[in-house]
Every structure is written in structure tokens, then in C-alpha cells.
Ligand binder design. Structure first.
Ligand code: MN
Ligand code: MN
Length: 315
């Protein structure tokens, strides 16, 4: 036994060849024996504006071939201690959102019989609700770090109660969250009502709008969150549209005036110490960014999430 598998090095096998897994990590049939597992959820039938996120997992994996195992800036060496594998994609139903959400909840219920941290590649944000249901069934109510341009707390959209814009109202109503330990970061843009971003504060959510973060480093905010969450089990959901469209144009619902990539790195790196039980990266829509940059950013942020997991050594 030589320790966990490292990603295949770009100096041993050309980056543009080899397995199409995240960072060219080993493909895994089941989470048994893994500390963390990548799970693709290719779907876009929960979106309200531009679609295309069904291609997100594939392109995030493709762009991730560029990433090297050591985090030189922070010293994190996730693959020196953790067994990380790629569990492939969940077989969603292309024609039914409600069936797809049930499929995701069932798949997570089965995965979570193993002790590992699932990290999902979306897919539109509707996929986070069934994940939170499965997570809360195992861990109880969760703390949540939600980075997004949108609050996703609509009551309904076209009469539908489970869409990418209603996730966190449903999660709150169903008691899946510890409201005082929910942090929504990066909200901005126009609203349907004046209360779009503030109603959830009445439930206990901590809401930080993007404008409060302009021109500022986010390390202090990250530390505040870690302190507030304490040792509660915490889920991290990252909507790529939290970033300014200058950095991440390949998404379904872009909003100007967003976070920079360096602010995203500051925030995620400062979240070290959270008891993360799961994470996702959602809303990457490759057809709207032929450069591939949006998926490249997403892949790197997912790597930063792996660096945050409990047990990762820092050199
Ligand atoms: Mn969202
Ligand atoms: Mn969003």
C-alpha cells in the first residue's frame, strides 16, 4: 500500500489524453474506501433562462486536466492523505425534473452509507435540494455556505416549487438547514420585489450582498463564517454565477458586478476549518463560453474545495 492515488501527472501522460475523470483521478465504482468523491450531475431542466449546464460536468472534468496536485499558495496537499475518486455521473431523467431530483436524492442516500465527502459537479442549482435532503437525513440540519448572485429563495416559478430558483426556501421550510448558520454571499442584480434578498434574513440567514464586497479581500469574511459555523456539519454550494461574468460568462443567469476569481480563492481558502460534509459546483454552462474559461475556473474552485476537507495536510 503506497498511500492514496495521485492524479495522473501531466509529465507522465499528456494532459489531453488519459481518463476523462476529474483531475484524471481514479474512476471509482462506489464510495467505499474513498475520503472524497466527485459526482457529475449533468442536467439543465431546472433552469429558467439559458440552459446548457447539462454539459457542465464533462467540461469541468476536461478543464481539470490542467490542475496539479499541490496547492503552492496555501501548502495544501489533498492527495497525500485523502483517497479521492471520480464516481462518474448520476443517470438523471432528461425529460422530468421531479423524477431527476428523486433520482439524485436516492443516489445520494445510497452513497452516504459510506463515510466520504461527496463533491458534485452540476448541473443547474435545482440539484442541491435533493442533495441537502439526503445530507440532512444523515447528519441532521446543516450549516450552509451558499455563494451565488441569487438568493434562490423564490416560493415558486411558473407554479413549480422545485426549480433552481427555489432551493433554499424549500430547504429552510423542510428544516434541512440551521438558519443562523446559513451564509449567502455575492447576491446582486435586480429583484421582483424589494424584499428578494432580505426576507431570508428574517429566517436567520446571513446575507452578504456583492456590493458590500467590492474592492475588498474576503479572507476576513471567510474567517467570520468558520467562527459562526463552529463544528456544525456544513455544506458548501457554489453557483458559478457568483463570479462576475467577466470571469465566468458561461452560465445561465449572469449578473454584472460580481466577485472576482481572486476573491473566490480568498473566500474558499479562508473556509479552512469548517466541518465540510459535502459540496457542489453548479450552473456552469459551457455553450455560453467557448473559451472554456468558466469551466476552468470551476475546476480550480472544486480543487480548492478538496483542499479544505478535514484531514488534508498543509506542507
Ligand atoms: Mn443559484
Ligand atoms: Mn445564481
Amino acid at each position: 500500500m503506497t498511500g492514496p492515488a495521485q492524479p495522473i501527472s501531466g509529465n507522465d501522460l499528456a494532459r489531453f489524453s488519459g481518463p476523462q475523470t476529474f483531475m484524471r483521478l481514479p474512476a471509482a465504482e462506489s464510495p467505499e474506501g474513498l475520503d472524497a468523491g466527485i459526482i457529475g450531475i449533468p442536467m439543465d431542466i431546472g433552469t429558467s433562462w439559458r440552459s446548457g449546464t447539462r454539459f457542465g460536468p464533462k467540461q469541468i472534468r476536461a478543464e481539470s486536466a490542467m490542475i496539479r496536485p499541490y496547492n503552492i499558495q496555501t501548502g495544501a496537499a489533498p492527495f497525500d492523505a485523502l483517497h479521492v475518486g471520480d464516481l462518474g455521473d448520476i443517470a438523471i431523467n432528461t425529460f422530468s425534473l421531479s423524477k431527476s431530483l428523486s433520482i439524485i436524492e436516492r443516489a445520494y442516500g445510497a452513497f452516504l452509507k459510506s463515510e466520504f465527502v461527496p463533491v458534485a459537479l452540476g448541473g443547474d442549482h435545482s440539484l442541491t435540494l435533493p442533495i441537502l435532503r439526503a445530507m440532512a437525513a444523515k447528519h441532521g440540519a446543516l450549516a450552509l455556505v451558499h455563494v451565488d448572485a441569487h438568493a434562490d429563495v423564490n416560493d415558486e416559478m411558473f407554479g413549480e416549487r422545485e426549480t433552481h430558483g427555489t432551493v433554499f426556501r424549500r430547504a429552510y421550510e423542510e428544516g434541512l438547514l440551521i438558519p443562523e448558520k446559513v451564509w449567502q454571499i455575492g447576491l446582486r442584480g435586480t429583484g421582483y420585489t424589494a424584499e428578494d434578498f432580505t426576507e431570508a434574513e428574517g429566517w436567520g440567514f446571513n446575507v452578504i450582498q456583492a456590493q458590500e464586497l467590492w474592492h475588498k479581500p474576503l479572507t476576513g469574511l471567510g474567517r467570520r463564517i468558520v467562527e459562526s459555523v463552529g463544528d456544525a456539519p456544513c455544506y458548501l454550494t457554489y453557483d458559478i454565477d457568483s463570479l462576475d461574468p467577466a470571469f465566468a460568462p458561461g452560465t445561465g443567469t449572469p449578473e454584472i458586478g460580481g466577485l472576482t476569481t481572486w476573491q473566490a480563492l480568498e473566500l474558499l481558502r479562508a473556509l479552512r476549518g469548517l466541518r465540510l460534509v459535502g459540496a457542489d459546483m453548479v450552473e456552469v454552462s459551457p455553450p455560453y463560453d467557448p473559451s472554456g474559461n468558466t469551466a476552468l475556473v470551476a475546476a480550480n474552485l472544486v480543487y480548492e474545495m478538496l483542499c479544505l476537507l478535514p484531514g488534508v495536510p498543509y506542507r
